[in-house]
Design a binder for this molecule. Structure first.
Ligand code: SER
Length: 309
């Protein structure tokens, strides 16, 4: 058995760095990257296939061609774009997952990673230290698709014994590949603008607190979860790292760029942000697979500014 891994949606923000990381650990030839758009970085370091995540036959062909045993399904339409194209977002986010779960049920693949999100929570969820198990009434198309996805994962796990693992990622911050179409994207844009223009106009209000995480922590969490010997309780775990407001991230940038200015002109994204938690209780992840983040806001700011310079 070859034991290859396939990353679907590898050219995206998390997909790119997850692929690079897994190639470093398991070898370039053991990690196949795929996406509807090409990635120069990934094409240089290993095999890359153009793949539409909603095309079940194409996915199956690639899985058979490379003897894939593990799939990381990173393709998704994020919160802001999904509000513009609700039907398209639902089709992409749901059908891609159901295709992969079916292939796992049929024994074609052995293990699945599927990212969930803090977007599964809604206005009625306790916003501070949001528990693993709580009220979930998401108001965005993206959140609805992620909550439905979580339930599908749990269903395939209990009914068909599918090994599917999932994390509720907070906003992910990184410098290598830009995010696209998310509400938490401001926390990446702000670093780019601080360096290129010395100022940033934020689409959220200054005190909007959201859970966030530096990319290295997100990639480590994914790898650790996939290798852990897990109890049977949860398929989708809360994970936390840092949380901050636009005002606080601006302050941390000003320590390094004293003249950096931030202004606020909140738009429709404010409402999405307000429906999400401010902070996350990840004690279950800590208990079940020893999850622990590394990057603080300050360390992240230094890393972001140094690399983007
Ligand atoms: N980063 C995502 C978004 O903002 C949340 O999972 O849509």
């Amino acid at each position: 058995m070859n034991n290859c891994k396939l990353i679907i949606g590898a050219s995206g923000q998390i997909g790119t760095e997850l692929t690079v990381h897994l190639r470093q650990i398991y070898g370039n030839s053991s990690v196949i990257a795929s996406d509807i758009k090409e990635s120069e970085t990934l094409m240089k370091s290993g095999t890359f296939e153009l793949l539409d995540a909603t095309d079940k036959d194409a996915i199956r062909n690639i899985i058979e061609k490379y003897d894939i045993s593990e799939v990381y399904l990173m393709a998704a339409m994020l919160s802001v774009t999904a509000e513009k194209y609700p039907k398209k977002a639902w089709d992409l986010n749901m059908n891609s997952l159901l295709h992969i779960l079916e292939l796992a049920k049929d024994g074609v693949i052995k293990k699945v990673f599927w990212p969930s999100s803090i977007a599964v929570f809604g206005n009625s969820t306790p916003h501070v230290n949001t528990p693993q198990k709580t009220i979930m009434e998401p108001t965005t198309v993206y959140g609805i698709s992620k909550l439905a996805g979580e339930r599908w994962c749990a269903y395939y796990k209990s009914k068909y014994n599918v090994d599917v693992r999932s994390l509720r990622y907070p906003g992910i911050i990184s410098w290598k590949t830009k995010p696209g179409g998310g509400t938490t994207d401001y926390a990446v844009e702000i670093y780019h603008k601080a360096l290129s223009e010395g100022e940033y106009s934020c689409f959220l209000t200054e005190n909007t607190r959201l859970p966030m995480m530096y990319m290295d922590d997100a990639v480590a969490a994914t790898e650790n979860l996939m290798n852990a010997d897990l109890p049977d309780t949860y398929t989708s775990y809360n994970i936390a790292a840092i949380n901050f407001t636009p005002h606080e991230i601006a302050k941390s940038i000003q320590k390094h760029i004293p003249n950096f200015k931030i202004s606020y002109s909140p738009d429709f994204r404010q409402q999405i942000a307000e429906s999400w938690p401010e902070s996350i209780d990840d004690s279950q992840a800590k208990k079940d697979w020893n999850w622990q983040h590394k990057f603080s806001l300050e360390e992240m700011t230094i890393t972001m500014l140094n690399n983007l310079k």
